[in-house]
Design a protein around this ligand. Sequence first.
Ligand code: G4P
Length: 199
Amino acid sequence: MELLKKKIREEGMVLSDSVLKVDSFINHGVDPQLMDAIGEEFAGRFGGQGITKVLTIESSGIAPGLMAALKLRVPLIFARKRQSLTQSEGLITSKVYSFTKREENTISISGKYIQRGDKVLIIDDFLANGQAAFGLIDLVEKAGADIAGIGIVIEKSFQDGGAILRQKGFRVESLAEIESLEAGRIAFKEDQASELNRS
Ligand code: G4P
């Protein structure tokens, strides 16, 4: 997705060989026009398959997830990382280990919102080692629903989450695939121009 790659080239900061900072438009500041286009792109790629729900995880998955849900005309559900005060019955939970933060979170959704018969599109902002995606898949499977696919805004293809998910037979669609962040350069998969942009 050219618009997204342009934004990453212009505003992305390479923090290390494995971490890309995109705080100005995805992880802290959010660019609504870009999110609108991202939602449209996901809807174009996954539309026509009878998707009934979009599932993401708080917090940075919510903006792209909401726009995808809006364009697909289905509800959005976001998994919580902390249990809500008002949510206790019928919780479906899964454990997610973050390599970045070196901590384990229990993520949850209410069984009310995803049920047998649902066809779920999973959306997230980043795909690195795939732990968040595996946790979301586990929630959908525990709910007895089907997975239509996994839509990712930025995939770091030098980490193995995408390869494992595809090997398992999931349809993974990433709007920007980054092959390398070495030496401060953002190298997209197809190969495109990279940029020196170390913060
Ligand atoms: P994984 O789910 O693919 O295994 O990723 P990992 O555990 O390594 O990532 C933990 C958190 O860090 C996730 O956000 C993930 O989106 C984010 N992340 C991973 N790699 C990058 C990166 O290169 N740049 C940025 N900006 N984020 C990255 P989170 O902790 O759930 O944060 P949030 O959704 O609340 O913002």
